[in-house]
Design a protein around this ligand. Structure first.
Ligand SMILES: Cc1ncc(C[n+]2csc(CCOP(=O)(O)OP(=O)(O)O)c2C)c(N)n1
Ligand SMILES: [Mg+2]
Length: 736
């Protein structure tokens, strides 16, 4: 084991205690106690699992030394932690109690990590700044980067962290935005996980921004059964990452607590001093197979496993303490007895803990504090005369693009926690050009001028990496910022899907309200572009309305876009804000700027055209097309269509649908996305289920053909629902 061979005498001749890379003998005993406790919790859990008293087990065995070293070098409740499932010893070192870990195992109601919602070893302890962890390997890494960005932002703009002087309860009232000027974000992962693309996106972002993040790769040589040389080109992650600028690098025997502590101390110092990120590559072992469901003897010969066993950090540290005379055999036995007694008491208590009640399952899918469908978010537009545009000119009607831009501007003025980033959203990345050029401000110019007005730390371009955009935003929002990020085209949202589906939407629920991340993701969506083709025209909103925890909004006109975007920004839930490209600059639905307080509650539909004969339920770019068809039907046949624009897809306005169908007894659901399994299928199913006795005709749907949107306009027209398709379906239904 690494030691510093210092044994200096004090000036007065008294003997100073020997230090081991700065660790006193007392701290080493503490480290051993933590490591031993960690290992024995694993052993206990394995037993409990075999007795079917807990339901899953994931061990931290072999990773104890590096975990304890990190825990001793960093500060709980000060620094921020994104650990992974093998970090039991780290969590113990940061202050998590064994009892809390056993509560996770039994899935108790008072399990502080998740209240019985997550597997054990999925750590979440808000007071210690241990941020809720999920099961996808690697999805924590980008968030740790965003977390560091959040801390830095508040340190540079401390006023933004203060509570607003406002009676209106927006999301800020429920966010404790604390920060430290020299805080660090810790994130760990396994050797296998370093193959995930998100790892590389995170390394790049941390390097670019010189962020105080410590990346700790706990390399046990295997990812389940796949050895490191199959996983990592050349077999060494240290070698692969060594070219990243601004990093401090450490490669260490992670089974040696003293060497690990020394490596961490150097990494911590580098980050605290603001030089940039650090990378700690710790070589560890995995003595207990991957999990209880895995038997490593099937793919690892005995000789290899025995070689590993000789590096077992718990026995090595015990031998070290004996050899150095820090503890004798009696001392070791006593310590171990104390730990056993503590664990026995903790297990007994945890086994008596009450499970959660089934009625609790829907709690914390959304914010319990801010309800975006409440009347608080129902405000009137300022009268057109007084609703001066932000540039002070007399109000004229504006496009959806104009009003989204104006709303962003006014909200940024009101709330210093808003940051905007994405691909091409800045006016210009090179600061020195700002005075020379007009600026871009987004490929659709929706964020034009915002960097000029609010500065480059609030509006900036990100690398071309969608997972990084959403993952970093999620980390920032966890810290209390309000990122309003842009995904340039809906067709390119998929790299961010893991972050949206498995992180952003589920963080509040899985942490039992311990953490939340109300990000707004603005996305340009939709077709009717004559030439947009497959990769610039698709819809697909039902994939996102299928995700609990995510609000989905899809306005059809300028005024609704302004009111709903403001609600999205002020609310306390993550929102997917879908902006139809074809509607950005359409003459349809232009409006004067409705003023800086105009909001529309979520889940309130708009009757675009009242009628008694037939209900048409739609949203987005189908609204103007359905209106055209409805007006024609009224002109030609005297049929009065009630046209409902849902505006918000999750939540959606069931009351408006029920009231209208109760009146007309005929319903058409129309949407631009492909027909099968689409958003309208759910609406149709609900109507069939709950309004069956009101219907005088079958529920009809008009939607895109079940193919992709093609380039040639003749094909695009045939694929997407056209006014005439809507007209014919309405006419047929009215006559049924
Ligand atoms: C994205 C994702 N893919 C696959 C899995 C299944 N899985 C769980 S752990 C694991 C291996 C991880 O290996 P490594 O990163 O080396 O960590 P270790 O378990 O060895 O500490 C795999 C494939 C997962 N949880 N998430
Ligand atoms: Mg591994």
């Amino acid at each position: 084991m690494a030691t510093t061979k210092t044994d200096p005498k004090l000036a007065n001749g008294a003997k100073k205690a020997k230090l081991y890379e700065g660790l006193t003998p007392e701290r080493l005993i503490k480290a051993y106690r933590l490591m031993y406790t960690s290992r024995r919790i694993d052993d206990r859990e394995i037993l409990l699992k075999r007795q079917q008293k807990i339901f899953f087990q994931m061990s931290g065995a072999g990773h104890e030394a590096i975990g304890v070293a990190a825990g001793l070098a960093l500060k709980p409740g000060y620094d921020w932690f994104y650990p992974y499932y093998r970090d039991r010893a780290l969590c113990l070192a940061l202050g998590v109690k064994p009892y809390d870990m056993f509560l996770q195992g039994v899935g108790a109601a008072n399990d502080p990590s998740s209240g019985g919602r997550q597997m054990p070893s999925h750590w979440s302890y808000p007071a210690l700044h241990i941020v809720t962890q999920s099961s996808p390997t690697g999805s924590q890494i980008l968030q740790a980067v965003g977390c560091a960005e959040g801390g830095r932002y508040f340190a540079r703009r401390p006023k933004a962290a203060e509570l607003p002087d406002s009676k209106f309860a927006d999301y800020r009232q429920f966010k404790n935005a604390t920060f430290q000027p020299d805080e660090i974000s810790y994130v760990s992962l396994g050797d296998g996980t370093s193959s995930e693309g998100e790892f590389w996106e995170a390394m790049n972002a941390a390097s670019l921004e010189k962020l105080p993040v410590i990346f700790c790769v706990e390399d046990n040589g295997y990812a389940i059964s796949v050895p490191v040389e199959v996983q990592t080109a050349g077999g060494s992650i240290s070698r692969l990452v060594s070219g990243f600028p601004n990093f401090h690098f450490e490669e260490v025997d992670g089974t040696d607590p003293v060497a690990s502590y020394a490596a961490f101390q150097r990494a911590v110092e580098y980050c605290r001093e603001g030089h940039g990120p650090a990378f700690v590559h710790a070589h560890v072992i995995r003595p207990y197979s991957h999990s209880l469901s895995d038997d490593e003897r099937l793919y690892r010969p005995d000789a290899e496993r025995e070689r590993d066993a000789q590096r077992d950090p718990v026995t090595r540290t015990q031998m070290f303490l004996l050899r150095e005379g820090i503890l004798d055999e009696k001392g070791i036995t006593e310590l171990e007895k104390e730990v056993e007694a503590e664990l026995q008491a903790a297990v007994d208590l945890a086994l008596d803990a009450l499970p959660p009640v089934p009625e609790s399952i829907t709690k914390y899918v959304y914010s319990p504090d801010v309800d975006p469908s409440s009347p608080t978010f129902d405000t009137q537009p300022a009268p057109p005369e007084s609703a001066a545009t932000p540039d002070g000119k007399k109000a004229t009607t504006k496009t959806m693009a104009d009003l989204i831009n104006a709303t962003l501007r006014d909200e940024m003025k009101r709330d210093e926690r808003i940051v905007i980033f994405g691909e091409d959203v800045a006016d210009v990345s090179r600061e020195e050009y700002l005075k020379l050029v007009k600026g871009k401000g987004g490929v659709f110019k929706l964020t034009f001028g915002l960097q000029h007005e609010f500065g480059s730390d609030r509006v900036f371009n990100s690398p071309l990496a969608e997972a990084a955009i959403v993952g970093r935003a999620t980390g920032m929002a966890t810290r209390g910022l309000k990122p309003v990020v842009e995904i340039q085209f809906f067709d390119y949202i998929w790299p961010a899907m893991m972050q949206i589906r498995d992180e952003l939407s589920v963080i509040r629920w899985r942490s039992n309200n311990g953490f939340s991340c109300p990000v707004v993701i603005r996305v340009a969506i939709g077709g009717y572009l004559t030439g947009g083709a497959i990769y610039h025209s698709q819809c697909g909103e039902s994939i996102f309305t299928h995700i609990p925890g995510l609000r989905v909004v899809f306005p059809s006109n300028a005024l609704d876009a302004a009111g709903l975007l403001r609600t999205a920004i002020r609310c306390d839930d993550p929102v997917l804000f879908l902006e139809h490209k074809r509607l950005y600059r359409e003459p349809f639905g232009r409006a004067p700027y409705p003023g800086p307080e105009y909001m529309i509650p979520f889940g309130k539909a708009k009757i675009v055209h009242p009628g008694d004969d037939l209900t048409v339920i739609t949203y987005g770019a189908v609204v103007p097309r359905a209106l055209q068809a409805a007006q024609k039907l009224e002109r030609e046949q005297g049929v009065k269509v009630e046209l409902i624009d849902l505006r918000c897809l999750n939540p959606f306005d069931w009351d408006a649908i029920a009231a209208s169908v109760g009146k007309t007894n005929r319903v058409l659901v129309a949407y631009e996305d492909t027909l099968s399994w689409g958003y309208g299928a759910e609406i149709a199913a609900r109507i069939a289920d709950q309004l069956f006795d009101k219907l005088d005709a079958p529920i009809r749907r008009v939607a895109a053909k079940d193919v992709f949107v093609a380039y040639q306009p003749i094909l695009e027209d045939a694929i997407l629902p056209q006014p005439n398709d809507l007209f014919l379906a309405m006419k047929e239904l009215a006559q049924y």
